[in-house]
Design a protein. Structure first.
Length: 137
């Protein structure tokens, strides 16, 4: 149950032959994201469990989930972009129904990320699911 934006990324990954090309693509996705305003880089929005610094700022309007995010590491910014594509635009009630492990597994990330990066990615997903569940009531 991925968003069309995430499906597009998965299709692009299918065409990229090796992991280095995929890695570069993840970094490019991160570079394309708008930076998070420094005023939102506060402890309350910081995601614990990430090797790098990660901030996620939920933006929920009309029951639709979205967020802004940033990191001090380019690959992690790219991972934030992937997670954004997975969840942005979904009704808050549907966020918890997304099987992030399966969807991200389509990209083959688990085979190429360090355990710290994988833990950070899981921490981001957990934060998103928690915020959406609270918003859904």
């Amino acid at each position: 149950m991925a968003t069309p934006a995430f499906d597009d990324i998965a299709e692009t990954f299918a065409f990229l032959d090796d992991w280095e090309d995929r890695y570069r693509h993840v970094i490019e996705l991160g570079k394309a994201m708008a930076p998070l305003d420094d005023s939102f880089k506060v402890p309350a929005l910081k995601v614990d469990g990430c090797a790098s610094q990660v901030w996620l700022r939920p933006v929920i309007a009309g029951g639709i989930f979205d967020f802004e995010g940033d990191s001090d590491a380019m690959i992690v910014r790219g991972l934030i972009a992937l997670v954004h594509a997975l969840y942005a635009g979904l009704p808050v009630a549907e966020v918890g129904r997304v099987d992030a492990t399966a969807e991200l597994g389509r990209l083959g990330l688990h085979e190429h990320l360090s355990s710290q990066r994988s833990n950070g990615l899981r921490a981001m997903v957990a934060r998103i699911r928690k915020v959406a569940a609270e918003a859904a009531g």
